[in-house]
Design a protein around this ligand. Structure first.
Ligand code: SF4
Length: 71
């Protein structure tokens, strides 16, 4: 089970390789490759605004102030 936007998603591209136990791993496992994918706030943002959100918008809907360096 994978989100249909997986290959084009800046959030996923940035955080897909983080390790188990990392907060970002929970987002990936729960939203991008998990049961919450249809509740992703990034997708809702895109549907509402017609444009992609910042890469710092998490699937749960809060915006990271400082983005974590790529793993
Ligand atoms: S962050 Fe949202 S839009 Fe991006 S791959 Fe994950 S579930 Fe899909």
């Amino acid at each position: 089970m994978e989100c249909e936007k997986l290959l084009d998603c800046p959030f996923f591209a940035k955080y897909k390789d983080v390790m188990e136990g990392d907060t970002y791993r929970l987002f990936i496992d729960s939203y991008c490759c998990g049961p919450l994918m249809d509740r992703c706030q990034r997708k809702l943002y895109e549907q509402t605004h017609g444009t992609s959100p910042s890469e710092n918008l998490t699937p749960s809907g809060y915006t990271l102030k400082n983005s974590k360096p790529a793993a």
